[in-house]
Design a protein. Structure first.
Length: 138
C-alpha cells in the first residue's frame, strides 16, 4: 500500500512537471520572451563592442605619445576603399566641386553623414572623421 501511494505521488509529480514545462514554453512563445532575450543578448554584444571602441578612443586621447598602429599606407588604402563606395549622386557632387577647386583647397566627405564639402587645407582635421576625396593639383 505504501509503495502504491509513493508511486502514485511520483507519477503525479512527474505529470505536473511535464505540464509546467509545456505551459512555460507556450507562455514564453506567446509573450515572445525567447525573442526578447535573444535581442537583449545581441544588444549586450553590441554594447560591449561600443565600450571597447570608446576605451580605445579614451586611451588614445590620454596617451598621445603612443604611435598609431595605422601607417600612412593603411590610411591611403582605407581612403581608396572609402572612395570606391561613392554613390552616383556623390560622384556628381564631387566632380562639380573639383572644377571649382582652388589652390590650398581640398574636397572632403564625412563617412557617416556622407556630407561632401570643399574646405581650405589648413582647416582640415583628420580626427573629426573627414576623409580627403581630392586635393588641388597644380
Amino acid at each position: 500500500m505504501n509503495t502504491d501511494l509513493f508511486l502514485g505521488f511520483l507519477v503525479c509529480l512527474l505529470i505536473l512537471i511535464v505540464i509546467f514545462l509545456i505551459l512555460r514554453e507556450v507562455m514564453c512563445w506567446y509573450w515572445k520572451i525567447n525573442i526578447n532575450i535573444g535581442l537583449q543578448e545581441e544588444q549586450i554584444q553590441h554594447q560591449k563592442e561600443i565600450i571597447k571602441l570608446l576605451e580605445k578612443l579614451v586611451n588614445k586621447g590620454k596617451n598621445l605619445s603612443i604611435i598609431d598602429t595605422k601607417t600612412d599606407m593603411d590610411k591611403e588604402i582605407q581612403q581608396e576603399n572609402d572612395q570606391k563606395k561613392f554613390s552616383n549622386e556623390e560622384i556628381e557632387v564631387i566632380n562639380s566641386k573639383i572644377s571649382l577647386l582652388k589652390e590650398n583647397e581640398i574636397i572632403v566627405i564625412h563617412p557617416l553623414s556622407r556630407v561632401i564639402k570643399k574646405i581650405h587645407k589648413p582647416e582640415y582635421n583628420e580626427s573629426r572623421g573627414w576623409i580627403i576625396v581630392k586635393e588641388f593639383e597644380k
